[in-house]
Design a protein around this ligand. Sequence first.
Ligand code: P6P
Length: 347
Amino acid sequence: MIHHTIKHKVTTLGGFILEEQRAYPWATGELSGLLRDMGFSAKIINRDVNKAGLVDILGATGDNNIYGEEVKKLDIFANKQFLYSLQNNGECAGAASEENDDFISFPSQPKSSQKYVVCIDPLDGSSNIDVNVSIGTIFGIYQRISRGGPCVESDFLQPGNKLVAAGYIIYGSSTMFVYTTGQSVNGFTYDPTIGEFCLSHPDIKIPRQGTIYSVNESYKYKYAQAVNDFIEYCKQIDKETGRPYSSRYVGSMVADFHRNLIKGGIFLYPAMKGHPHGKLRLLFECNPLSFIVETAGGKATNGKERILDLVPEKLHQRTPIYIGSEDMVNKAMEFLNAKEEIATIGT
Ligand code: P6P
């Protein structure tokens, strides 16, 4: 008789979502269904990211997106997969994607509540696809404001403090699904042998202080002086504060964010000459990751204001961002405020 001893309880993403739903008597299951569908799409994208070198979905399409950035085939594939899954989920009224100029309103379906709308960056860091560097998906879920019928733009132009859930998937040395509904941040690592995301990082908390800073230093001569003063501060030798910090910059926000979330650190993409509002998008990158970092005990600002309090005026609005360990974000803001540097600088 072979006895299989179960050494430890495996909690899958689906099981955890269900447990979390049961913890709230008012939960009706729609959000759970939406989160589970995001997990399913993540498995599909993971499969194709992992074999990107083998299947003809590498390389560029020859098109550019609204930002004039070259679109990689995996971008297109990921965008189609997530939008298809969201449309068929039934709980989602529409989606705004970084890859689409405008939002999409999904046709109503019988028995579906269509209570939610989703903002998504289907494959962030896509310039790294061809060189096998970690990339990611970022998403945020809101309750729609409009009542029934097609969703409207104002459903998507909600401040990040109205998010009901946010998450990211990092396709790296392992693939992880990390999400929050505002109570805690939990990370699930994909086990391809069983085809499940399994709870590996319960209740993630970001250290208040870290020793990593992430910024593209090649823009030194475009940054405000206060930004360069903070970067200089990170490089100075000071045993008491653990400086010099380590410089780590992947060029994939999800990868830089995830490392700093686990180890502690600050990621900054400041305003700069030519980009008075920085590069990163408020709806698709900054709000979801800010919701996650705050729930994990960290902080996210545009240099002056809390990211989650910014009221979006346009779908593809950009914002400078300083995000990560609370004490490090506060230190960066000290430098910015000391020089009266506004969050955005003129060209
Ligand atoms: P830069 C990727 O294109 C991205 O949107 C983020 O994932 C990343 O952090 C940033 O842009 C990198 O931008 O200007 O440093 O190449």
